[in-house]
Design a protein around this ligand. Structure first.
Ligand SMILES: [Ca+2]
Length: 354
């Protein structure tokens, strides 16, 4: 039995093409015409295409489908807009929260810096004759109830380092009597080339006449204002900088603190101090920090040579670097400063917050 023969009444169709009786519409008992109605197998309204007379067909089911697609598109669009708006609000709120936290951490770091200065003053009051050790660290919870986190304070003795600005006197002349040869000794101890001394001297001194191994190209002709400035001096690459940086400063005098200086800086002192002699000083002060300069004569190997060093070192310091770090979650604020302490007063020589 064919599909055609299965129809109960295939002589009529619910639809017809437009004719003189009006536009195409659902009309019952219209004679079936296969050319105008395509209901060949299933005489079902939902399966029937209506010929519009211009070669195109319409289907009520398609109209329903189109409406559904449009509805879905609108819902998708509105959902996307809502999600984007919510994300924007989240980002704005998060940024505001981070900014507020950052501001609070900045205040905490400032407080920690003040605390660091006070610790130095109190320690100097307890031990007025000498400064030891060269590094002091402490940390505690942030004292703000509304903010969870920690603050840490690191204090470093700046007199443990060689001051490279002392290579040149304020008059512009090079200190070839002490600072220059002392710096050459430091470079040798660090296994760095001696020409670095001339390059730094040319950078600082006011003239434009290059030293033997120096360079006056675009020289500053002034004292260094920051350690990073070393990297702008021709001939000082990053590797040289990283090796030199822990042992030099631009603050304080050219008199180092023998109680805190590292082995390479100790070797910058006069007296041809080799590595093992410098290590003798380190071991001695670990047990008994030097109270007065002549205590150097008690250190193994310095009974004689110690006299040639007197006047070139101290056993205390008045210049310190304070690194205060405030942390809450992933957010951190750091204040690095250098302060000069005189009695109970202190003056800030350097301040950087990041
Ligand atoms: Ca110069």
């Amino acid at each position: 039995m064919s599909l055609w023969s299965e129809k109960r009444d295939n002589s009529t169709c619910a639809h017809s093409r437009p004719d003189k009786n009006g536009p195409a519409r659902h009309r019952r008992n219209t004679p079936l015409n296969p050319l105008t109605c395509h209901c060949l197998a299933f005489h079902n309204l939902s399966d029937c295409f209506i010929s519009t007379g211009d070669g195109q067909t319409e289907n009520p089911r398609n109209n329903h489908g189109m409406a559904l697609v449009l509805t879905l598109m609108v819902v998708t669009l509105v959902t996307a807009m809502v999600v984007e708006f919510a994300y924007g609000v989240y980002v704005s709120t998060s940024a505001l929260h981070n900014w507020q936290t950052s501001q609070q951490l900045s205040l905490a770091a400032r407080s920690a810096t003040q605390l660091g200065s006070r610790l130095i003053v109190e320690k100097k009051a307890l031990e007025p004759n000498y400064t030891y050790p060269g590094v002091f660290e402490t940390s505690q919870k942030i004292p703000f109830e509304e903010l969870e986190g920690t603050i840490s304070i690191r204090i470093e003795d700046e007199a443990a380092r060689f001051n490279i600005n002392t290579l040149v006197y304020a008059t512009g002349a090079v200190d070839r009597n002490y600072a220059y040869p002392a710096f050459i000794r430091l470079l040798k101890a660090l296994e760095l080339k001696p020409d670095i001394a001339d390059r730094i001297v040319d950078w600082i001194d006011p003239d434009n006449i290059p030293n033997l191994q120096g360079a006056e190209d675009e020289a500053k002709n002034g004292y260094l204002d920051s350690m990073d400035e070393l990297l702008t001096i021709p001939g000082i690459d990053k590797e040289t900088f990283e090796r030199l940086q822990p042992y030099v400063t631009i603050y304080g005098s050219n008199v180092i603190n023998i109680n805190t200086a590292g082995v390479p800086v100790l070797r910058s002192l006069p007296g041809d101090i080799d590595k093992s002699m410098a290590e003798n000083i380190v071991h001695y002060r670990e047990l008994t920090p030097l109270q007065i300069p002549t205590d150097i004569l008690k250190v193994a190997g310095f009974k004689t040579v110690g006299n040639t060093m007197l006047g070139r070192f101290n056993v205390y310091s008045n210049t310190f670097r304070i690194i205060a770090t405030a942390t809450s979650g992933d957010i951190k604020r750091i204040i690095e400063s250098v302060v000069a302490i005189s009695g109970t007063s202190r003056s800030v020589l350097y301040w950087r917050e990041y």
